[in-house]
Design a protein. Structure first.
Length: 461
């Protein structure tokens, strides 16, 4: 649920496209850091014109390294697709899987050179003391990649389906300091079998629809299929299956759990309000605290009063609204990452429209699972503890003692140790969150969640 401030984990990894495959092949990565060639770079390299992308770094054992690319090479094209802007990287000819042919056309020291190789797949994850099992399940005319992480003990284990937040990105081979990677590995080392499932079209997955284009119901349906697959795993204790939903994943959790005998749900960083109501509240709190003056913030909120209603209730598109008032384009670009006519928070607007139609409270009341409602008091995305406490009260009135509230002092939305909400705003305002990732992950907070899971496992149904 990150809006105004985003932490980007940028790598050049391209998704696979398969047809009629029974076994998902590994996607491949080019393994380079690139920069668009401008006139200054072209002049320095004595190029006739500014074109292509400059190679700044090559990852060891990558396809670029295997092909023989070097730093300061300029990639003119990949598989005959001109590399003149980063959107070219989304071309299907550039998205590769193991075994595909890659043709690099490069400029080096005044000459154009063509390099051809057979792509090698991206390495699978490794970690001392852990085992990784790559699987898949059928969904939407294709397959979705699953990654199961567990210790090497052969006995059956309590299992956790991890459901991530709003953003469309691969759960496979996340950066070494990515909070989700640290979370999953820590849970596995504590004795749980943890499943990650890609969102449709992400990572190795090869579905008809892609994550950025689907609606809320489709995403929930994909995780319900993942949960089915988890129950069938031979090392899973089927009496002790949990869902750990973070941010949007925490809002999806009760919908995923419906009709399953899930033992418990951990939900962190959520709202139980309608999506439009939550976004309005979030904007009121974040806009001035992240750098906009209060007078302009109030003007922008008056714009949002109409804009969010039209987008999320009347199902208008951003492009339709911008035609009515160009100021809508300004605030959507600043606050919601608008990059094309139907984009909203990096996904097609229909995802938020379908989410806004959901009654989250009704979904929570349908589950018999034990619930841990986790709120970090430095979380600028959730703003306050209302939704997490209210969820516990609502559930317990209907099913006494089924829900527990857990407050994490000094923990933010990204599982990072940050002393206060005010400090979190200051760090986000300065764009310094990424600097905390190597050292500030809150393992103590995760251990409190682990303690609740273990206590819940011991409860006999």
């Amino acid at each position: 649920m990150q809006m105004l401030i985003r932490v980007f984990f940028i790598t050049l990894l391209f998704c696979a496209t398969l047809t009629n495959a029974q076994e998902l092949k590994r996607r491949a990565s080019h393994g380079v850091t690139l920069r668009l060639v401008d006139s200054a770079i072209a002049k320095q390299l004595k190029m006739d014109k500014a074109e292509g992308m400059l190679v700044q770094y090559i990852f060891p054992n990558s396809n670029a390294a295997k092909a023989g690319l070097q730093n300061n090479d300029v990639i003119i094209s990949i598989n005959n697709v001109l590399m003149n802007d980063f959107s070219a990287l989304s071309d299907m000819k550039v998205k590769i899987i193991e075994g595909d042919q890659i043709i690099y056309k490069i400029f080096r020291q005044g000459k154009e050179i063509e390099m051809i190789l057979q792509a090698i797949g991206k390495p699978k994850e490794q970690e001392e003391g852990l085992e990784f099992e790559y699987g898949q399940f059928s969904f939407d005319q294709g397959l979705i990649r699953t990654i199961i992480t567990a210790d090497k003990d052969a006995k059956k284990k309590p299992a956790i389906l991890f459901v991530p937040g709003f953003t469309c990105f691969s759960q496979d081979n996340m950066g070494v300091n990515h909070p989700y990677k640290k979370l999953v590995y820590h849970l596995a080392k504590k004795g749980f079998l943890v499943m990650r499932a890609e969102k449709p079209g992400m990572g190795d997955s090869n579905n008809k629809q892609k994550c950025v284009d689907i609606d809320f119901d489709t995403e929930v349906a994909s995780y319900r299929e993942a949960l089915k697959a988890l129950y069938k795993h031979p090392k899973v204790d089927a009496n002790n299956v949990f869902i750990f939903g973070h941010s949007l994943g925490g809002m999806e959790a009760p919908f995923i759990a419906e009709d399953f005998n899930v033992k418990g749900i951990i939900t962190m960083g959520i709202t139980i309000k309608h999506w439009r109501e939550y976004l309005t509240e979030m904007l009121r709190n974040q806009i001035p605290r992240l750098g906009e003056n209060y007078v302009q913030a109030e003007k922008d909120l008056k714009l949002y009063e109409v804009l969010l209603y039209e987008l999320l209730v009347n199902n208008k598109t951003p492009s339709e609204m911008i035609l009515k008032n160009e100021e809508y384009g300004r605030i959507l670009q600043r606050d919601f990452g608008l990059v094309n006519s139907d984009n909203f928070l990096g996904r097609n607007i229909r995802f938020s429209q379908s989410l806004n139609n959901k009654n989250c409270i009704e979904a929570w009341l349908k589950t018999e699972a034990k619930i841990l409602s986790v709120w970090g008091d430095s979380d600028i995305q959730v703003i306050n503890d209302f939704s997490h406490r209210e969820l516990v009260d609502i559930v317990n009135k209907n099913n006494p003692n089924n829900a527990t509230f857990l407050e994490l002092k000094g923990t933010d939305h990204n599982f990072l140790k940050i002393g206060s909400l005010e400090e979190s705003y200051r760090i986000n305002r300065g764009g310094n969150i990424a600097a905390l990732l190597p050292t500030h992950f809150d393992y103590d907070a995760i251990d409190k969640i682990v303690k609740w899971i273990n206590n819940t496992v011991s409860i006999k149904d």
